[in-house]
Design a protein around this ligand. Structure first.
Ligand code: GLU
Length: 511
């Protein structure tokens, strides 16, 4: 069927958004953009037990950070507002009743004690209990009570639920855009609750189907964990008479642990030291925190690029994709059926690739906050230049502080090992001579300083290693850091001489 592409990301605000959820949002977004369609954000918050304050904001902020734009939905509005299911509660009862009237659903009045009794009996027979066609005839429901009794119970304020009346022994034929043909016999399925009088709210299944229809969703792209619900969803569309306008479905493969077995969890991240959430999260209830890619120093583009390739295969060797390239290349038939193993090292690799490709101006934007945090005020030009010099050695944004600090700060102390090794013998004297050489240089550019100093070293028959390491001790105070001529050119003659003088004045040579 040819109809406008309308997809939705429909998270439940039950906690921070897992990166698997971000990938679902991303694939929906890529699909929408690829087909000139609409991306909807719907918040499925009908499970009041699992509602977590702050989770919705977290989801919205995460999508923003990732560059996943919402066309319609919570926070944006649109023709089908409201997009938060708790604000649509009045809509659903009518639809649940419609199913009861059509014989596709029924009222159930059973109490927890009655259910428990049947569960026990089933266990005694060695069966696993399921609320299904066998059980529903043994409980007080609108299938076993008279219409008058049902009306009486409802009027008396008895609690009830509406359950789907799962047909017995029917094979549901389904199509998934990633998995192809799928079929399931309904005798393996139970009678799911669709609506609860206790909180006057629908369950996920009812609200999801009704809203997808009302919002004219054309494609449902969601995680594999929803595949078992697909037969029920097909039957719900049929029960409503919507089969010919129901969305197409695509169930995305799981994100697997780095070791392969099982779904990637927060525990894996904690154990192996990587985030499984896009942003830092603090639980309002327990105060428990979880790290995020943003705070760990990843670029959103790198994060997205990495996620896009976890389950989607572009069919070429290309690994680096801008969002636009992902949009242009994305198709559901290149999404794999099998789970995608998450590799934390690969996430870092992607970030490094993006780091190396950044312009000085882009680097300045991420480096300035780090410098400021350490009390350093400098221009964007200088921050960007310093970061640009060092970017090849950086993986995460935070690395830029370690790498660039030498350009902005004279050593506060001297690394002991480096001092023991080089601050002795002729080196202090040679450093004094080098100071004079440097003082005499007018063109303090990297190339010129290097040329003059090297000539001086050679003419005197000095050791390059000894001289350069002694200079390194003076300029950065450590055995690591940027190239020496990068430093001299960056900090200039005056500061170079000042740092040399400080070493000569403050550190007694070793014997
Ligand atoms: N609210 C469901 C979730 O949290 C949505 C599943 C679907 O997309 O149908 O994943």
């Amino acid at each position: 069927m040819n109809r406008p592409v309308r997809v939705r990301f429909a998270p439940s605000p039950t906690g921070p958004l897992h990166i698997g959820g971000v990938r679902t949002a991303l694939y929906n977004y890529l699909f929408a953009r690829r087909h000139g369609g609409t991306m909807i954000l719907r918040i499925e918050d009908t499970d009041s037990q699992r509602f977590v304050p702050g989770a919705e904001n977290y989801i919205i902020e995460s999508l923003k950070w990732c560059g996943i734009e919402i066309d319609e939905g919570v926070g944006v509005g649109g023709p089908h507002a409201p997009y938060r299911q708790s604000e649509r509660r009045d809509i659903y009862l009518k639809y649940a009743r419609q199913l009861v009237d059509a014989g596709w659903a029924y009222y159930a009045f059973d109490t927890p004690a009655e259910l428990e009794e049947l569960r026990k009996q089933a266990e005694e027979r060695g069966e696993t209990f399921a609320y299904n066609y066998k059980v529903r005839t043994q409980l007080p429901t609108s299938l076993t009570l008279t219409a008058a009794e049902v009306a009486e119970r409802i009027a008396a304020g008895d609690q009830w639920v509406i359950r789907f009346k799962m047909p017995e022994n029917e094979t549901v034929q389904m199509h998934d855009l990633i998995r192809g043909h799928v079929e399931v016999n309904t005798s393996t399925l139970d009678d799911k609750v669709l609506y609860k009088s206790a909180d006057a709210l629908p369950t996920y299944h009812l609200a999801n189907i009704v809203d997808d229809r009302l919002m004219e969703v054309s494609h449902v792209i969601r995680g594999e964990e929803w595949l078992p619900s697909l037969p029920l969803h097909y039957l719900l569309y049929r029960a409503f008479g919507w089969s010919d306008v129901q969305p197409e479905f695509a169930h995305l493969p799981l994100l697997l642990k780095p070791t392969g077995g099982g779904k990637l969890s927060k525990r894996d991240g904690d154990k192996m030291g990587f985030p499984v959430f896009p942003l830092f999260w603090k639980s309002p209830a327990t105060g428990e925190t979880a790290r995020g890619y943003r705070e760990d120093g990843y670029f959103p583009e790198a994060f997205i690029n990495m996620l896009a390739l976890l389950g989607w295969n572009p069919g070429t060797e290309q690994e680096i994709f801008s969002m636009q390239e992902l949009i242009d290349g994305f198709s559901l038939d290149r999404v794999s059926k099998s789970g995608a193993r998450f590799q934390p090292e690969k996430a870092k690799w992607f970030n490094a690739q993006y780091m190396h490709r950044k312009s000085d101006a882009e680097l300045a934007a991420v480096c300035q906050p780090l410098l400021r945090e350490h009390g350093i005020e400098t221009s964007d030009t200088l921050a960007g230049r310093a970061a640009g010099i060092m970017k090849e050695r950086a993986t995460l944004i935070g690395d830029l502080w370690d790498l660039t600090s030498y350009f902005f700060q004279a050593p506060a102390e001297y690394d002991e090992k480096q001092a023991r090794k080089y601050w002795k013998g002729n080196n202090p004297q040679h450093l004094r001579e080098l100071r004079q050489v440097l003082e005499g240089i007018d063109d303090f550019s990297l190339e010129n300083t290097e040329r003059v100093v090297h000539a001086w070293i050679e003419n005197n028959g000095y050791s390059m290693g000894q001289i350069m390491n002694t200079l390194r001790l003076a300029l950065v105070g450590a055995g690591k850091g940027p190239g020496m001529y990068d430093v001299t050119a960056f900090i200039g003659k005056e500061e170079t001489l000042r740092r040399i003088d400080a070493l000569l004045a403050n550190l007694t040579p070793q014997e």
